[in-house]
Each structure stands twice: as C-alpha cells, then as structure tokens.
Design a protein around this ligand. Structure first.
Ligand code: HEC
Ligand code: HEC
Length: 383
C-alpha cells in the first residue's frame, strides 16, 4: 500500500474518494505503455482516469502513482487524442455536447443552497471576491451595457453579470458542469446542472419562449435550446464571416459606438488642435494645493483594532468544505504536517501550497487570526 499522507483528494463523496484511492493504488505493477491497466481496468492512455461513480463524473485526475512508474510520459509531452477527448467537454450554442436531462428551479435552489451559496451569496448576490450570478432583471440590466455616458457623464456604468452580459447560455451549462462547485468540480449530475441553470435563470428574472422562468419552472434540453440571452447581439462589431471588414469600418465611423462623452453621432474624429476655442475649460488656480481636502502627507494608515475571530466558526464556514473529508480538526492525519514544526505549518497555511491549500484557506483573516484557526484545525481544540 502506498502512503497517502501528503495528498488530500477532493471528491464529491466518500464513495468517489474510495474509487480514486483504489484506482490510484496500483501496487507499482503498472506498465509504461498506453494500455496501462490499474486494478484490471484500462485507464485513458495510462495516466488519466475520468471515473464515473454513482452516475457522476469524478474529478479529472492525473494518477501520480502511474506518473512515478512512467515519468517519461509526464515530462512535457504532447497530450494524446484520447486525453484531449477527456478534456474536451465543450457545450456549444447549437446544442453540441449538451446532454439530455431536466431540472426544476425548485431543485436548483436546493442544490444551490447546499453547494453554491457559501461563495456566491443568497440568490446569487455574490460578495467577498466571488462573482454575483445575478443583480436583478437581466433585460433591464442589459440596457446598462450600451454607452450611456456619451450623453450623461454621470450615468451608471455597465452591470455585467451572467444574465445581462453573457451572449450564450450554453456557456453557463458548461461552466457549472465543468468547473463548479469550485472545490468539487465535475461532481454534479446533468440533472443537477439543468436545475442550477434553471435557478440562475430564475434569479435573473429571465424568460424562455415568452414564458417566465418562475419558481415552478422545469428546464429540459428542448427548452434550454430556446433560451435567448438579452445580450446575444451585444458584442460589436461582429468580426466573424463575410463582410466583417465593412462592419468594422462602419462601426468605427460612428463615434457613438465607441464612447467619448462629448462626441455626437456622426462627428468627425480629430487628432490635432481639436479643442474649440469657445470650449469652457476649468482652471485650477494656484495649482494642486488648492484642492480640498488638502493632500495628506500621512504615510501610515491608522492602525485597525483587530477583532478576534471564533476559530470553530471560521472552520465551519470556510475550511470544512475541504477539510471535513481529510485533515479534519484534531485528526491523526495531521502528524506528518506537524512533524515539520508549527512555524512551517502556519507559514504554509498562510502562503498556500501546490497540494491544493489556498492561501489562508481563501480567507482574508489577519495572520494572527488565521493562526488561531490553524491551532484549532491541527489540534481539535481551541487554545
Ligand atoms: C468555494 C467557492 C465556490 C463555490 C462553492 C462555487 N463557486 Fe462558482 N465561482 C467561484 C469562483 C472563485 C468563481 C470565479 C472563477 C473565475 O473567475 O476564474 C466562480 C464562478 C462561477 C460562475 C461564473 C460567474 C461569472 O460571471 O463569471 C458561475 C456561473 C458559477 N461560479 C456557478 C456556481 C454554481 C452553480 C455553484 C454551485 C454548484 C458554484 N458556482 C459554487 C467560487 C465558487
Ligand atoms: C479549497 C480547499 C481548502 C480549503 C477551503 C482549506 N484548505 Fe487547508 N488544505 C487543503 C489541502 C488540499 C491541504 C493539503 C495541502 C498539501 O498537502 O500541500 C491543506 C492543508 C492545510 C494545512 C497544512 C499546510 C502545510 O503544508 O503544512 C493547514 C494548516 C490548513 N490546510 C489550514 C486550513 C485552514 C485553517 C483553513 C480555513 C481557514 C483551510 N485550510 C481551508 C485544502 C483546503
């Protein structure tokens, strides 16, 4: 048995974890050819497995044990056709790659609350560095994308979220299926992805074929292909296909298309002596010292009084999504890490590791606060 003391394999379920462990555990019998077998089962070109467990695809997984016995295969070589095929899971606007399946807004909300809300916020409101999945009615917000400032310099800027901005809904299906939830990517079933897409459409107040995606809505492949994103024609100029050059020229001949507050439609562009003499300019008498408030020469920001966090609460809200399954609070699995000394453990936790630990676990805690959470997670006790 190989020792798996330095690797935390993130999987959707314990079952998937067991499957990966067994796949990974080949006892060193593996050959070096493309027909490599692991536990009697062929892996894709000897290194890459794409396990399906309980109907769900597991994480894309490069088998480090095979890499060890066949290092040449992993030394910057060109990927094989089969490996590319395993990665190439595109879902195209015309429906290519889109699986059959269905899911309701209601189910989507349930999955969302279990697997997405911790990062993307209530009803997709975002925050804490994670993108919002909705900011309200997609059709209204799409209108903020046109250049409203050419008439009114104080107009609000554009609001770009999925509903208002993305030209194709197929990208959403692919993104969620391939990349989300962030720590457990590729763990969702197709029906769950349909349900999540339905939910995201719902919170963006969108409709399909004239029908509102309300709380009762059930999305399936056929309905999915009828979705028209509000901003589908919003990417200008269209540089694809015949006539592209003319379209690009016409686009840039019209000043309104590319901004400029004081340019009006049809205005000629100007490169020299463009300021009209009659134009009103603002002059700042006496230079910069007349600005109010005066520029500060204080260099150090005032010290912020540090509020101590509750390590257990931080663990539950942030660390647990990865650490519950391995390296849990007080677990014996910590011994290998602790042997390096607490200072190293703190330092690696703060900086993050290539093994998958994000810097400070993805939090913006102060070093001191983060260390209290490390103390808790490594010992299982609050000090
Ligand atoms: C651990 C935090 C985390 C979880 C949980 C998570 N996401 Fe994300 N999500 C992210 C991050 C970070 C990004 C931005 C990634 C980037 O820009 O590279 C993102 C991006 C997205 C985007 C693209 C948004 C945009 O406008 O660019 C969608 C859609 C999305 N996530 C859906 C989901 C869904 C659905 C779930 C639940 C199944 C989920 N996410 C769970 C962290 C998370
Ligand atoms: C996205 C998943 C994820 C999150 C969230 C996460 N960790 Fe980790 N953590 C890992 C993985 C994976 C490892 C093992 C890394 C390795 O072996 O290189 C790890 C390792 C560590 C280590 C050992 C570092 C070392 O190499 O000595 C500490 C300490 C740690 N985590 C603390 C935390 C704390 C505290 C939090 C919450 C504030 C947290 N982690 C959140 C995935 C995560």
């Amino acid at each position: 048995m190989f020792k798996l003391d330095r690797k935390l394999i993130i999987t959707a379920s314990a079952a998937a974890a067991v499957a990966l462990f067994t796949l990974g555990c080949n006892g060193g019998e593996t050959g070096t050819t493309a027909s490599t077998k692991v536990n009697g089962k062929a892996t894709i070109d000897g290194g890459v497995t794409y396990p399906v467990v309980n109907g769900k695809t597991g994480p894309y997984y490069v088998n480090p044990q095979v890499a060890q016995v066949a290092p040449k295969l992993y030394n910057g070589r060109v990927p094989t056709a089969n490996e590319l095929k395993a990665w190439d899971k595109d879902i195209m606007p015309d429906g290519t790659g889109l699986p059959e399946g269905s899911g309701s807004v209601e189910d989507g909300e349930e999955v969302y609350d279990a697997k997405c809300v911790m990062c993307h916020g209530d009803f997709g409101s975002g925050g804490g560095g994670y993108p919002a999945l909705s900011k309200g009615n997609a059709y209204d917000l799409q209108k903020t994308l046109t250049n409203n400032r050419w008439k009114d310099p104080d107009a609000d800027g554009p609001t770009r979220v999925f509903g208002s901005y993305w030209p194709q809904v197929s990208t959403l299906f692919w993104y969620i299926k391939d990349g989300m939830p962030h720590p457990f990517s590729k763990s969702l079933t197709d029906d769950e992805v349909y349900a999540l897409v339905a939910y995201v459409l719902n919170i963006n107040e969108m409709e399909i074929d004239g029908e509102e995606v309300d709380d009762e809505y059930v999305l399936d492949r056929e309905k999915f292909l009828k979705i028209k994103m509000p901003n589908r024609d919003g990417f200008e100029p269209n540089i694809a296909g015949p006539g592209a050059l003319d379209r690009v020229r016409a686009y840039y001949a019209d000043a309104k298309n590319f901004g400029g507050q004081n340019l009006h439609q049809g205005a000629e562009r100007c490169m020299t002596n463009c300021q009209k003499e009659t134009a009103k300019t603002k002059r700042i008498n006496g230079g910069i010292t007349n600005f109010l408030p005066p520029m500060s020469d204080v260099r150090d920001l005032p010290a912020v009084k540090e509020v101590k966090v509750d390590p257990v609460a931080v663990y539950k809200s942030t660390c647990a999504m990865c650490h519950d399954s391995y390296l849990a609070p007080g677990s014996a699995e910590w011994s290998g890490y602790l042997a390096e000394g607490m200072d190293t453990v703190y330092a690696k936790g703060i900086k993050g590791t290539e093994g998958g630990m994000p810097a400070k676990g993805g939090t913006d805690l102060s070093d001191a606060n983060f260390k209290t959470v490390v103390d808790y997670i490594t010992s299982g006790k609050v000090k």
